[in-house]
Design a protein around this ligand. Structure first.
Ligand SMILES: [Zn+2]
Length: 403
């Protein structure tokens, strides 16, 4: 509606202007050399307007011609930029797909179009890495570390290459440089943590760990390698604080308390742990190494009293009775353990020993919750999958105590 109205108004203005021009009175005369031009005023006015229009068009054409070389260069630059971006995108996809030759071809095209930018350098490095060219990859990553924006990726690549080659010291340096280039990154922290565990530097690993189970496992490992009994006790306390239900942490705390001469506190810790959830590690820490088998059997009853009837209490009593050659007691407790649901072979092993039969297979005590690897020994980090704090008991539950 508005458009139609606008058209009508414009048409009316043009008509009025044309009518006004046509009705102009007077004559226009001009002498140019030996020529004389005579015309009516309306025609002269129209010719003047036409001349002005031609002049304006001429000026525009000349300006366009003057700017043409710059425009052509700009158009070519934009085309090259687009080609470079497409090459980078294809290179990224090739890297994600693990296609080394595809990534290398894309890197060559991207470099030709965009020059030696940080992104292109990264693509070259990744292409070399995927193609198994370690030295060109290392050189490309090193070059990338000199880029203000991309140096983290350079250190990341060098760290991966060092780990792959087993150069742990160099890997630690690259991890520190990566942390400096991009502080607080979770990827770098995980790498530094894995590196510290690989170097068995558990106190450093503990500072980098966040999960409670991993912290408890690392604190136990740090306590085991501590230089002084006091430091060992401090780490053991950290382990129990991180995961109060961990039998490994509780047993470690009892051992370190005993090493500091705090026998009562050690026994109290084990009794509390046993009351909440009995575990074979707590039982092992309870027994005094210098005591006779009979003394140990009598002592076992004091711990078992904290959770009478529990399958682990019956097993503890049965095993210590067997060692002390209290055959009747051993049989009674082994049968009670079987009745209480023991199915990992420990109760059957007591009965087999009493009857001079070959011992049946006993299920390994520990299991990795990440890769399901079973083991007789507890590990801070799973030897199969490397997961920290993933080793859990293969049979019983957890103890929870408050310190
Ligand atoms: Zn595992």
């Amino acid at each position: 509606m508005w458009k139609a109205l606008k058209f009508c108004i414009v048409a009316a203005v043009i008509l009025v202007f044309a009518w006004w021009v046509a009705s102009l009175p007077g004559v226009f005369s001009a002498d140019i050399g030996s020529y004389r031009i005579d015309s009516s005023a309306p025609v002269a006015l129209l010719l003047l307007l036409l001349l002005v229009a031609i002049l304006v068009m001429l000026v525009r054409v000349l300006g366009g011609l003057r700017r043409a070389p710059g425009r052509v260069a700009g158009w070519r630059g934009a085309r090259r930029q687009r080609a470079g971006e497409v090459a980078l995108q294809r290179g990224l996809v090739a890297v994600a797909a693990g296609d080394g030759s595809g990534a290398r071809a894309a890197a060559v095209k991207a470099r030709a179009a965009l020059g030696d930018t940080g992104f292109v350098q990264w693509l070259q490095a990744e292409a070399a890495r995927l193609s198994g060219q370690a030295e060109p990859a290392r050189l490309a990553y090193e070059k990338l570390t000199r880029s203000a924006e991309m140096k983290f990726l350079g250190h990341q690549g060098l760290l991966r290459e060092s780990l792959k080659a087993g150069r742990l010291e160099e890997a630690a340096q690259q991890a520190a440089a990566a942390e400096a280039a991009y502080p607080g990154g979770s990827w770098t922290r995980e790498q530094r943590l894995a590196l510290a565990v690989r170097e068995q530097n558990y106190s450093a690993a503990l500072r980098l760990s966040q999960s409670p189970q991993a912290r408890a496992a690392l604190a136990v490992a740090a306590s085991e390698q501590a230089q002084t009994p006091k430091l060992a006790l401090d780490f053991a306390k950290q382990a129990v604080k991180a995961d109060p239900g961990s039998p490994v942490a509780l047993a470690r705390l009892a051992v370190t308390l005993r090493a500091m001469g705090k026998e009562r506190a050690a026994r109290k810790t084990l009794q509390k742990g046993w009351q909440a959830a009995p575990h074979r590690l707590l039982a092992a820490a309870w027994l005094e190494p210098g005591a006779t088998a009979l003394e140990q059997a009598q002592d076992a009853a004091r711990l078992a009293a904290a959770n009478p009837g529990h399958v682990e209490s019956e097993l503890f009593l049965g095993q210590t009775a067997l060692a002390a050659q209290l055959t009747g007691e051993a049989k009674r407790h082994a049968e009670a353990a079987l009745k209480a649901g023991n199915e990992d072979g420990r109760a059957a092993a007591i009965l087999a020993a009493l009857e001079n039969r070959p011992a049946p297979p006993v299920r390994p005590a520990w299991r990795c919750t990440s890769c399901q690897t079973q083991s007789e020994s507890w590990y801070c980090a799973c030897p199969s999958c490397g997961q920290i704090g993933s080793f859990m008991d293969n049979a019983s539950g957890k103890a929870v105590i408050k310190l």
